[in-house]
Ligand binder design. Structure first.
Ligand code: SF4
Ligand code: SF4
Length: 423
């Protein structure tokens, strides 16, 4: 059966793939399932056939494309420079517009797209997490009589105290000599669920000579919506942030959530056909830095407080594969006195979080989490460090489910602990 040719991505981008298959063993879904249609090469071929009208947009095609984590491990592995992220993010809005999902699936995806970019939605989400945590429901993750999937869902609830809300001031002065002025993306989920991490980011930046600006009118960056296929709303949100941050005279725009950073650095590409926003989007994207990337690019004010712990580092996909930030977080860990650092096997293998993937593709997300937990457990570390809130929630679910004493912590929270308290 054939269909009409369509155009969801620049067609030449498909020709970069030379079908060599070197990406296959780096793709988590291919390694788990062993099917060509669930490999990067297979998905590139599927998307190309879809665009050329050689394949209809049916349930099977959508299934294989939905199962892609968007982790971009294939981009790192590909010697031919295939822009896999652009291809998969191009097809997702096309799927959402033209494919009729079953009602429950449609409801789930619409609910996710409604909750996360909306401040009221994220507060309601945080309230649910807090209530679940206060009732100790996370412990049900260890109750072996429950089905494994249900235990996984309960594991996503944090431990009591695991949700911290914080509203930041609009400006913080540098501690000591001022060397830089930076802006901070506070995010949408971060202020309601990882507020302490935002505060820790401000603390570390101030200790490193930064005046920190946190404009109040900023909002969600749009990454979760873009991954979910709602490109129009994602771009509306991005425009709002471009307006807000472009007005500021700053040396860098700091981001402490890898998923947001990877998407925002692509603002230039996303607005390439928008004559009003393209130039501003490119200029702003050039200033964006993950917090570890920024700290790794300046002379670091070394932390002085000892932190006695054994730590291991998990590379968030959107930091390692999406932004190429791998060494800087490790260098920062080495700067903390007292830490013992142990390597994590398959550290850049996706943990299954992948934006909202763990809410829509629970089974695969859980399989990948189990693999990650086996590797974490083998390190015997007290702390597993990552630079992305989604990974932290996912790994915490795995730790709860296995009843391990290891804690999952954001890179910048650990770093903040090693600096003396603010003056
Ligand atoms: S995506 Fe890259 S690595 Fe994978 S088959 Fe195509 S050219 Fe080879
Ligand atoms: S983005 Fe990740 S899951 Fe998707 S094809 Fe590439 S490696 Fe596989």
């Amino acid at each position: 059966m054939t269909a009409t040719p369509v155009n969801f991505v620049d067609h030449e981008k498909f020709f970069d793939c030379v079908h060599c298959g070197l990406c296959l063993s780096f793709c988590p879904t291919y390694v788990e399932l062993g099917t060509e249609m669930d490999s990067p090469r297979g998905r590139v071929a599927t998307m190309r056939a879809l665009q050329e009208g050689r394949l209809p947009l049916d349930a099977e095609v959508v299934r294989h494309l939905d199962l892609c984590l968007g982790c971009r491990a294939c981009e790192t592995a590909c010697p031919s420079g295939v822009h896999y992220g652009e291809l998969i993010e191009g097809v997702r809005p096309y799927i959402e517009e033209h494919y009729q999902r079953p009602p429950l699936e449609r409801f789930k995806r619409q609910a996710i797209n409604t909750i996360f970019p909306n401040p009221l939605g994220t507060r309601a989400f945080a309230f649910l997490l807090k209530t679940g945590a206060a009732l100790g429901l996370g412990r049900l993750a260890r109750w072996e009589k429950l089905p494994e999937q249900l235990r996984y869902w309960f594991g996503l609830l944090p431990e009591p105290g695991g949700v911290t809300a914080a509203t930041l001031l609009e400006r913080y002065p540098a501690i000591g000599e001022k060397r830089y002025t930076v802006a901070l993306l506070a995010g949408c989920v971060m202020p309601a669920v990882f507020g302490a991490t935002n505060e820790a980011t401000v603390k570390v930046l101030r200790h490193n000579g930064c005046d920190v600006l946190v404009p109040r009118e900023q909002g969600c960056c749009g990454a979760l919506l873009l991954h979910g296929g709602d490109k129009k709303t994602a771009l509306d949100l991005a425009r709002k942030n471009i307006n807000v941050f472009s007005r500021l005279d700053v040396d860098a725009l700091i981001i402490n959530a890898a998923g947001c950073g990877a998407m925002m650095k692509e603002y230039g590409e996303l607005f390439k056909d928008d004559p009003v926003y393209h130039e501003r989007a490119e200029r702003l994207a050039a200033k964006m830095k993950d917090v570890a990337e920024f700290l790794g690019s300046i002379p670091l004010q070394n932390p002085t407080r000892e932190v006695r712990a054994t730590v291991t580092y998990h590379d968030a996909c959107h930091l390692a594969h999406g932004q190429g930030v791998r060494q800087q977080p490790r260098t920062l860990l080495q700067a903390i006195p007292g830490l013992r650092i142990v390597d994590l096997n398959e550290s850049d293998w996706c943990c299954g979080s992948a934006g909202t993937y763990n809410l829509t593709e629970t089974e695969m997300a859980h399989r990948l989490l189990n693999r990650k937990m086996d590797n974490i457990q083998a390190t015997d570390a007290d702390l597993v460090v990552a630079g992305n809130p989604g990974c932290l929630m996912q790994i915490r679910a795995g730790l709860q489910q296995r009843g391990l004493a290891t804690k999952a912590i954001h890179m910048v929270d650990l770093l903040a602990e090693a600096y003396e308290d603010n003056a």
